[in-house]
Design a protein around this ligand. Structure first.
Ligand SMILES: [Zn+2]
Length: 339
């Protein structure tokens, strides 16, 4: 267990030269996910046939699962009774106290034993509550075991819908089966909900379509901690899931909302990457806005996707944001898609 500290580890990652090296680097990093790895592979391998991409994604899912099964979980105490767990997909927040453990996101199911060890280390209280920020595998795959362990699952209606049915994500060329019935949220959260648990006021808001069409923010009011789900990746170009309602303009709207929900005293838990601050949210917002403008200007001149990528509209940001899973070309493609 560590105390709250910031990390700039992401900034130090080198750009892997080969796909094999890239996969190795990715899997050696903590808190990473199916979406980014599959996307990174796609970017690294170029325009493969759907069958080839599918075969690679398939292999990588298995690799991620076996790595996640082995990885221990890092526990960091943030403020009041709120901690963050890293090492099983997206970052997981835990609010502990007499009302039982409240989790924001569930990680990947194969991490169960390591998750139990990490959660037991926070106290003997039972697991009672789980809130999903969105439906993606690396945030909700652990829903079923957490439900069996006692959690009532909350989520947006679109998260419930996506987990209830098989999903295809085109940018990963991947088909996900429906979640088991225990892994589907039974409590649906609307535009804004206030919950009082363990002496904290949880303010839960729907962003509107952004990273997906079901993204929620969770703000712990007394602790002044915001969990953004995947509307914020700290120091990393984000994935945007157009297959289930995400878009660059929605992502920018959410990035602006995150800045407005915080002050310079706030602690920010991103979906991926190290714990951040409001200044990191501002940098992320400005990066998205500038790259969107650059790509829009090229598209307005009639540039094709390949010509737009060749013009390097992300160049000023690549040193900071583009050296990890979603590379500059892939991120350009995601932005171009939405303009
Ligand atoms: Zn996601």
């Amino acid at each position: 267990m560590t105390i709250f500290s910031r990390s700039s580890a992401v900034d130090k990652i080198h750009t892997p030269a080969t796909e094999a090296e890239q996969a190795k680097v990715l899997l050696s990093r903590r808190g990473f996910c199916l979406c980014c790895i599959a996307s990174g592979t796609f970017a690294a391998t170029g325009w493969l046939t759907p069958r080839e991409v599918f075969a690679k994604a398939q292999g990588i899912v298995d690799m991620i699962k076996s790595e996640a099964a082995k990885a221990s979980i890092d526990v960091t105490k943030l403020r009041n009774n709120v901690s963050v767990l890293m090492g099983s997909g997206g970052n997981i927040a835990v609010l502990n106290g007499p009302d039982g453990k409240v989790l924001i996101d569930a990680g990947i199911g194969v991490s169960k034993e390591h998750m139990i060890t990490a959660l037991d280390g926070l106290g003997k209280e039972p697991i009672t509550t789980l809130i999903n920020t969105h439906w993606h595998f690396d945030h909700a795959d652990g829903n079923d075991w957490l439900h069996s362990a006692g959690a009532t699952i909350y989520g947006h209606e679109n998260t419930r819908k996506h987990l209830s049915e098989a999903q295809r994500v085109d940018d990963w060329d991947y088909n996900f089966p429906a979640a088991p019935s225990g892994g589907i949220p039974t409590k649906i959260l609307g535009d804004a909900t206030e919950m009082k648990l363990n002496g904290e006021t949880l303010l839960i808001k729907y962003y509107g379509p952004s990273h997906t069409d079901g993204d929620l923010s969770i703000y712990f009011a007394e602790a002044d901690i915001l969990h953004t789900g995947d509307t914020f990746w700290n120091g990393i170009y984000p994935f945007i899931d157009y297959s289930t309602g995400g878009s660059i303009d929605g992502a920018i709207k959410a990035a602006k909302a995150n800045v407005e929900m915080t002050t310079d005293k706030s602690i920010v838990i991103p979906g991926h990457g190290p714990i951040g601050t409001q200044a990191d949210l501002v940098a992320f917002r400005d990066m998205l806005v500038t790259i969107r403008d650059n790509v829009a200007a090229l598209k307005a001149k009639g540039r094709s996707l390949d010509e737009t990528i060749a013009a390097k509209p992300t160049a000023a940001f690549d040193d900071k944001w583009g050296k990890f899973v979603i590379d500059p070309a892939f991120f350009t493609r995601l932005v171009y898609h939405g303009i």
